[in-house]
Design a protein around this ligand. Sequence first.
Ligand code: NAP
Length: 488
Amino acid sequence: MQNDTDFPIAILGAGFAGIGAAIQLKKAGIESFTIFERASEIGGTWRDNTYPGAACDVPSHVYSLSFEQNPNWSQRYAASGEIQAYLLDVVDKWKLRDRLRLNTEIVEARFDENAGIWRLTTDGGDTFTARVVLAGVGGLVDPAYPNIAGMDDFEGEVMHTARWNHEVVLRDKRVSVIGTGASAVQVVPTIASVVALLTVFQRTPAWVVAKLDAFYPAWVKRLLARFPFFLKASRFVKYWVSELRGPIVFYNSKLLSAIGVSLSKWNLRRQVKDPDLRKRLTPDFQFGCKRVLVSDDYWASFERDDVELVTDSIERIEAKGVRTDDGRLHEADVIVLATGFKLGLATAPFPIIGRNGQTLDEAWASGAVAYKGMTVSGFPNWFIMMGPNTGPGHTSVLVYTEAQIAHAIQAIQKLQSEGLKLMDIRRDVQDRYNAGIQKRMTRMVWGGCNSWYLNADGSNHSLYPGFAAEYVLRARKLNPNDYECVGY
Ligand code: NAP
């Protein structure tokens, strides 16, 4: 049995995954961890996405840590600031501040097989060693800036939703929003009544279903705080509602798709009266193929006289605004890029060098693969949270993350208790698992259209093809036989 000080653990990233892992390590009596975070504060997505209207699109009773449930969510879908405040509270409650190394970006990780340790190098040139790395650096982190000609010519302000500049005043300005995905459906209705003119550039319309958001009255919050059973019951019900709706958004089925389409069309009809406008807002691809969005007021924004939907292609950005290919110049003072993120899973987040000098990028040359999304053969003692093929299109990603944390902690306990040098997922086990995942992909709906879910070759290495509950059952229990276990 090795003691804690001989067993440094590095957690990369202080978002939900990293913070959740730190708490579970503490609960397991393992204290020898450090959390490395490249930003100056914790929070990940909820630190970075502060655009007007930014909120969770999964109910907060499910989109929160199961071991840190919060009776005080103000509404079903909490706003970004409230989620960030929750994470800050959790960090204080678990006294994680002194475990954090903020402003510290890991720029290289190299496995020393003789010693069974990972050597981590920071952007400041410091090095750290870790017996185990828990990598929770997120999949949708770095903004994707569109490659539109003339962007530098624009005389006004340009900002990405994930890097909102709160010093830019939008009141009474002409604002152009490029993109109509999950971020746009939140920002558009929130700023529509503030700005003088809102022009929304839609390349592809999205299926949007009703959010049915509501504030929790004070008595409900008191009840949930007083009787944790009700809080757990609320989480349980919301989890199973989203889970049982899952097949509508993930199976490639005409019948299920028709159900989704009718729900979305009902949402469109109740918000938009003009049949021509409805037509322009209606997607022509199968329901679920791209991420299904939730909103009660996005589509209604286009009924306003001061909001215009533009479906002509953008030709270029000019000094005064956005020129579309019909020759029209859409004048603007501010351009908002709601154009999404670079999928972090396409490559390793930084050079990660495993056994025999192989890099993770080499291992992922034909797409990111990992055993249950967590471990990659040749990269021992490295556990990914929110890794390949673990994203949900229908429920809270944290359900998956918690299973990954549980799996990693069992591996840490085994390494420690048996004095092992390394645990490396067996290549045959990893290959068999991923062959099964890709086989199941053929029954899923995601192959039928272009989205960030897919790699350039059309393969899907981002989403899990099935129910969250099934993933959790498969992933949360470590089977030591799946791993090559090597002692000193
Ligand atoms: P997104 O879903 O990838 O949407 C990007 C939008 O920008 C799309 O409409 C895309 O059009 C458009 N676009 C990209 N490049 C363009 C270009 N050059 N010209 C014109 N249009 C362009 O990005 P997102 O809305 O930021 O959401 C990304 C993901 O973040 C979501 O799927 C979700 O997982 C997560 N998210 C979650 C929440 C939440 O509430 N939990 C909120 C926001 C985001 P095409 O469709 O034609 O490519």
